[in-house]
Design a protein around this ligand. Structure first.
Ligand code: MUC
Ligand code: MG
Length: 374
């Protein structure tokens, strides 16, 4: 039997407005750019994937435009003609033609998995060996930049039973102002909600030590990436000093990072993201290293839309332990969607689609409307 081959790959930039300004230490987002990948195979099956960044180039080393360029110029030609059903071989080919470029590789791997799932009539999580959960806890990020508005937003989301854990973005303002902001929100929500804080590397170690002491006293549950990713020794000192768990985000991409963090005791929790790892399989390898070392795991987001969030969800669904839940709320931060039926959230959880592949269908009209090159 002739193998099914990869015939064509298209990378489309899609700009979607956010429901409100999303303020992080390094960027204020008014819109999100999705890189949507459409991978067409010789049997007529199409797989879809997605990559996003946060604030263009301000979070990491890839931008949406750079991802599209890498796919169009290097990665798509390398895949052309390969066996579409052998995802490991296709990813190894990408490794051999391009270093890094993990976000671009992740989008392509999602599209290959989606196509193969559709071909076999099974979901991506089934293809990965099987889901151990059919829904995932999902938190919400409060990042309007305004304390009273954040409290109002949290109260409404608690009342509608959509989220009961809130992540607060800090690091833009003076440390004392951030601590006051977080403390006010935690005080208002009390035991009704879990509150976590993401600093996105913005503090130095001394500022972090002072701030974490006060955040711990205020009842904050988790501190994410308080200092620069390269300072693992500093992360280890903070993790040893405080009871409140410290989570590594920017500091962990692939399995080698998880190993370094575990060896140095540089975090209690790892934020896993399929984009940072270069795809679902690499995310699962990263998770396995952390899990073996006794670290807790958390399902992170690059604020992907529905395609990237659901691809992540299929991966996270396969993890035996995921004690910190997920932050796969990306689709809810966007004003509109480019899939026909958007992911469903209720009772503080996201439902994982069960249909073949990712279980999603593109809305061609919406895609045509929001694509940058229309
Ligand atoms: C990050 O650094 O974790 C996740 C949630 C959010 O609001 O931003 C992202 C990025
Ligand atoms: Mg983070």
């Amino acid at each position: 039997m002739n193998p099914v081959t990869i015939n064509a790959v298209e990378a489309i930039l899609v700009d979607l407005p956010t429901i409100r300004a999303h303020q992080l230490a390094m960027a204020v987002m008014q819109r999100q750019t999705l890189v949507i990948v459409r991978l067409r195979c010789s049997d007529g099956i199409e797989g879809i994937g997605e990559a996003t960044t946060i604030g263009g180039l301000s979070y990491g080393e890839e931008s949406p435009e750079g991802i599209k360029l890498a796919i169009d110029t290097y990665l798509a030609p390398a895949l052309a003609g390969l066996d579409a059903s052998n995802i490991h071989a296709a990813m190894r080919r990408l490794e051999s033609v391009a270093r890094g470029n993990r976000f671009a590789k992740s989008a392509l791997e999602s599209a290959l998995l989606d196509a193969q799932g559709k071909r076999l009539g099974v979901s991506v999580s089934t293809l990965l060996g099987g889901a151990v959960r059919d829904r995932l806890p999902v938190l919400w990020t409060l990042a309007s930049g305004d304390t009273a508005r954040d409290i109002e937003e949290a109260e409404a989301l608690l009342a509608s039973r959509r989220h009961n854990t809130f992540k607060l973005k800090v690091g833009r303002r003076a440390v004392a102002d951030d601590v006051a902001h977080v403390s006010r929100i935690k005080q208002a929500l009390g035991d009704r909600a879990r509150v976590t804080v993401d600093v996105n590397q913005a503090w130095n170690e001394a500022d972090a030590a002072g701030a974490i002491a006060r955040l711990e006293a205020a009842g904050v549950d988790l501190i994410e990436q308080p200092i620069p990713r390269a300072n693992l020794a500093g992360m280890a000192r903070l993790a040893a000093r405080f009871v409140v768990p410290i989570m590594a985000d920017e500091a962990v991409n692939g399995p080698e990072d998880a190993l370094a963090i575990a060896r140095q005791g540089a975090a209690d929790v790892l934020a896993l993201k399929i984009a940072k790892s270069g795809g679902i399989h690499e995310m699962l390898r990263t998770a396995a290293v952390g899990d073996a070392a006794g670290l807790s795991l958390y399902g992170g987001t690059m604020l992907e839309g529905s395609v990237g969030s659901i691809a992540s969800a299929h991966g996270f669904a396969c993890l035996p332990r995921l004690s910190w839940g997920t932050e796969l709320f990306g689709p809810l931060l966007l004003k509109d969607d480019i899939v026909a039926s958007a992911p469903r959230y209720r009772d503080f959880e996201m439902e994982i689609p069960t249909g073949p592949g990712l279980g999603l269908v593109l809305d061609e009209d919406k895609l045509a409307f929001y694509r940058r090159d229309r």
